[in-house]
Design a binder for this molecule. Structure first.
Ligand code: ASP
Length: 320
């Protein structure tokens, strides 16, 4: 068995995912369980309840899930239900479709008996208000903090100098949780759940609910999941691309290098953008890679308990 999850806030979800498989649950149940934990974790401001809203102060969630047989489901622009990952699973299992968006996804969730809730917390509201106060002329950008992990800082330019806004008062984080797992029967599954980019345009949907971009699983080949600037991942169809390279017999590390080199060629890439990947091959061999330093992920295997790794740039962390 193997379980992988993106970012530091993926550590506990990954432990939960691995433990579920140790208890005999399938990889599909395991990744859903791990994802749900993160969706409920109010300290994680990039997934589920209590995350960072969009530019209108509306919190919108995206999620996708996929199993070893190529079954998949996803939802986007969910505003009133705290567990998009489970709605995505229901889309996969109960409908002939793959993706439901917005009002339609919520109507379906209601029909399936999901409980509605207000996703915004005081902390999300406060952060939004703080962000609204920032003067527009300053061209404030949200930038990944140098301390790594999954934190971002507000930054702006004044008289040619880059200045940081007080991080303590803004102290927010942002990053999708992506989980991959291989269970006792060697079956692979993956899940991805997010609130998307902080203060995104209202209506913007990123890579996470797009099968083949943020997540792809082929039980006979392998699985890949992405986090980071979704537009870069979407333009490159990264998760699908990585799995297709594995299908051709390319080693995971080289597949990752190639996927990252594609992203490096993206004309829209700027130095504050990050992308991180996890790859799990059908035989349980795994790697991770990122565009830059600062990407962390958790991994648990039969021989090694859940551990947090730092992935510095494109020097990948090997499987053992
Ligand atoms: N990939 C997500 C998106 O673009 C965001 C993230 O992973 O931080 O919506």
């Amino acid at each position: 068995m193997e379980a992988l999850a993106t970012w530091k806030h993926g550590f506990e979800p990954n432990r939960i995912s691995f433990a579920a498989m140790a208890d005999g649950l399938s990889a599909l149940d395991a990744v859903e369980r791990g994802a749900r934990y993160c969706e409920d974790d109010l300290t994680c401001m990039s997934v589920g309840s209590g995350a960072i809203p969009d530019e209108l102060g509306v919190l919108t969630l995206d999620a996708s899930i996929m199993d070893h047989d190529g079954n998949c489901g996803s939802v986007s622009f969910v505003q009133n239900y705290p567990h998009p990952i489970s709605i995505a699973r229901k889309v996969m299992e109960e409908t002939p479709h793959i993706m439901l968006a917005g009002v339609g996804a919520e109507k379906f969730a209601e029909h399936e008996g999901f409980t509605k809730s207000n996703l915004m917390t005081d902390a999300s509201q406060k952060l939004y208000e703080k962000w609204k106060e920032l003067p527009e002329g300053l061209n404030v950008r949200l930038r990944r903090s140098e301390e790594g992990e999954h934190e971002y800082v507000f930054e702006y330019s004044e008289n040619g100098n880059t200045k940081k806004l007080d991080r303590k008062s803004l102290n927010e984080s942002h990053d999708t949780i992506g989980l991959l797992a291989r269970d006792k029967n060697g079956k692979l599954s993956g899940a991805c759940t997010t609130s998307g980019l902080a203060f995104k345009m209202h209506g913007r949907v990123g890579d996470s609910p797009i099968i083949g971009a943020g997540l792809y699983v082929d039980g006979e080949v392998g699985a890949a999941v992405a986090t980071g600037n979704g537009e870069l991942v979407m333009r490159a169809c990264s998760a699908f691309h990585i799995v297709e390279m594995l299908r051709q017999g390319i080693e995971p590390e080289h597949a990752l290098l190639e996927a990252i080199s594609r992203i490096k060629k993206d004309k829209h890439l700027t130095d504050d953008m990050q992308v991180g990947f996890l790859v799990l091959r059908h035989d349980g061999f795994w790697w991770a890679g990122s565009l830059r330093e600062g990407y962390q992920f958790a991994a648990a295997t039969d021989s090694k308990q859940n551990t947090l790794f730092n992935c510095s740039g494109i020097s990948f962390t090997p499987a053992s």
